[in-house]
Design a protein around this ligand. Structure first.
Ligand SMILES: C[S@@+](CC[C@H](N)C(=O)[O-])C[C@H]1O[C@@H](n2cnc3c(N)ncnc32)[C@H](O)[C@@H]1O
Length: 257
């Protein structure tokens, strides 16, 4: 099984490219992803859905209303994902840099693109990004020619979870990018339904775990009951759970469920 490996060793964080938290956020991200295994060892099941055995080639498509989280590197698992109807994901916001940071950013770009290629024509994609232009453009460029960028919605946080304060900022926001795949059935949901939400981040749980209200807000306008939803960087499974609650069959992929 070949996949991009996360490196170790010195990393020079640039300190302002990682959303609200700067260097501190990058340190946390590196700590999280440094534990991503090169070979996938069995782990206890996570809080959501059923964990598909490591190395499984057959992708398990759940029933509508159910979630399956596939443990593994997203580039490996994506190879066995069938065509699906809705892409919703919050990938790591590591963009550029060098060493391990570069490896994560490259995986995000390739993972997003590979997922977008499997989205059905006319299907919507909801991609969370840091509110920096760099992060936003990075996500957009990753899917150039595959998905059309339609709209940027915003999750505004009245308080930040990260402890480092960015001077002059007492709040933080996340860009929620809305894309659509050309072709197919383009009638239906207007993109204007995804606009803005204000909600505090969770102060407990996994790093970057979305509050259920935010996950639901971003998925609800585009949920297709009976259809298939994919989150290739699913973390706690908040986005797949929101899609399942809205009647979709939901697949998450997570290196560290
Ligand atoms: C921003 S978090 C997702 C948070 C999620 N939306 C939630 O509400 O919990 C990004 C996730 O991507 C996972 N990840 C990073 N690289 C990955 C890879 N190559 N394959 C699969 N998952 C990966 C990380 O472990 C992390 O849980």
């Amino acid at each position: 099984m070949s996949h991009v490996r996360f490196g170790s060793g010195p990393v020079k964080p640039d300190g302002f490219l990682h959303g609200e938290g700067g260097v501190s956020a990058w340190d946390e991200l590196l700590r999280d992803t440094a534990s991503v295994p090169d070979t996938f060892r069995p782990r206890p099941a996570g809080p959501v859905g059923r964990i598909i055995p490591a190395g499984s080639l057959l992708f398990d498509v759940p029933a509508p209303g159910q979630v399956s989280i596939a443990r593994g590197h997203t580039l490996d698992v994506l190879a066995s994902v069938p065509t699906f109807d809705l892409l919703a994901t919050a990938p790591p916001y590591a963009m550029g840099g060098e060493g391990a940071e570069h490896a994560i950013g490259a995986v995000v770009a390739v993972g997003l693109r590979e997922a977008a290629l499997r989205l059905r024509k006319g299907g919507w994609a909801v991609v969370y990004s840091a509110s920096s232009w760099r992060s936003t453009y990075y996500m957009v460029e990753a899917v150039r020619g595959v998905l059309e960028p339609i709209r940027i919605a915003t999750w505004t946080k009245p308080v930040a979870r990260t402890k480092v304060r960015t001077p002059g900022w007492s709040w933080a926001s996340v860009n929620v990018l809305l894309f659509r795949k050309p072709g197919g059935d383009r009638t239906g949901t207007p993109s204007i339904l995804l606009d803005h939400i204000t909600a505090a981040p969770l102060m407990v749980g996994r790093r970057a775990q979305l509050p259920p209200s935010v996950a639901r807000w971003s998925v609800e306008p585009f949920a297709e009951p009976g259809g298939l939803m994919l989150d290739p960087f699913s973390g706690s499974g908040a986005l797949p759970q929101a899609a399942a609650d809205l009647g979709m069959a939901a697949i998450g992929i997570e290196a560290n469920p």
